[in-house]
Design a protein around this ligand. Structure first.
Ligand SMILES: C[S@@+](CC[C@H](N)C(=O)[O-])C[C@H]1O[C@@H](n2cnc3c(N)ncnc32)[C@H](O)[C@@H]1O
Length: 246
């Protein structure tokens, strides 16, 4: 593990150049390795992250990107990086040696994403962890979906929050999205989700892949991990009248 990331996780402290501050708001254990696993599987050229804070998820993603055989770009945006987060996320990126991988925007995603779309950006992977309101998460998804190539993956953080659950219910009505193999990551046999999944898999007629409707109910019961990955299975070719309730 990169020594900067290792130090932050071990000490649970960050430093603004004058004093130590407690680490908070970062991805939960298991989520960073999931992001890295996805990078290793997709071999992305362009990844995107909404919401940097102290840069823990950024460091995880950059560490995996740097191990790729090709040059990759990680686009990151956070309007409060200098103000609220005292520039500490960017400081960590520099200290870890990942500055060359990053394209950083100190603006809200609502301003950056439309510009990226207009510039013809194509994404392989995105991590949505910015403003956690229902409308903002859906807005983030709207633009990410427009830029994500088929086969690309989106990770949503904090799916235990009602606002994000609601947005995800909407995302999973899209015909071109499926859950991205959740059983292979942190939902091991010992986790609540893993046990639930094993039980359901033994029921007659139940396929190995959990149906999104079932998983939605699992979230509502609070049984899942607080993050989830979805994969774009093909082009988004919904008719202009398309609508499904969620
Ligand atoms: C939960 S924190 C991100 C944690 C980070 N991903 C990590 O694991 O270390 C949420 C971040 O979203 C940022 N944020 C708030 N509004 C935003 C917006 N409109 N666009 C992008 N990011 C935003 C906040 O400043 C904050 O840094």
């Amino acid at each position: 593990m990169n020594p900067v990331l290792e130090r932050i996780l071990r000490t649970k402290l960050v430093n603004n150049g004058r004093r130590d501050l407690p680490l908070h708001s970062n991805v939960v254990p298991g989520e960073g390795p999931l992001l890295q696993q996805i990078v290793h599987e997709l071999l992305p050229k362009v990844t995107l992250e909404i919401g940097m804070a102290y840069g823990v998820s950024t460091l995880y993603i950059c560490e995996a990107l740097q191990q790729l055989p090709h040059q990759a770009t990680h686009i990151v945006m956070d309007p409060a990086q200098s103000s609220h987060w005292e520039g500490i996320g960017l400081r960590h990126v520099r200290e870890a040696g990942y500055e060359g991988l990053i394209r950083f925007y100190e603006e809200g995603s609502e301003f950056v994403l439309p510009r990226l779309l207009g510039e013809g950006t194509v994404l392989d992977m995105a991590f949505i962890d910015g403003l956690h309101t229902f409308d903002q998460v859906l807005l983030d998804f709207y633009y990410v979906n427009r830029m994500l190539r088929p086969g690309g993956v989106i990770v949503f953080d904090d799916v235990d929050m009602p606002s994000i659950q609601k947005a995800l219910r909407c995302v999973l009505t899209y015909p071109c999205y499926e859950l991205y193999d959740p059983s292979r990551f942190q939902h091991g046999p010992g986790s609540l989700f893993g046990r639930l999944r094993s039980t359901v898999a033994t029921l007659p007629g139940m396929s190995q892949v959990l149906h999104p409707h079932f998983v939605r109910r699992a979230w509502e019961m609070g049984l899942s991990e607080p993050y989830v990955a979805v994969r774009k299975t093909g082009p988004d070719d919904r008719e202009w009248t398309w609508y499904e309730d969620f």
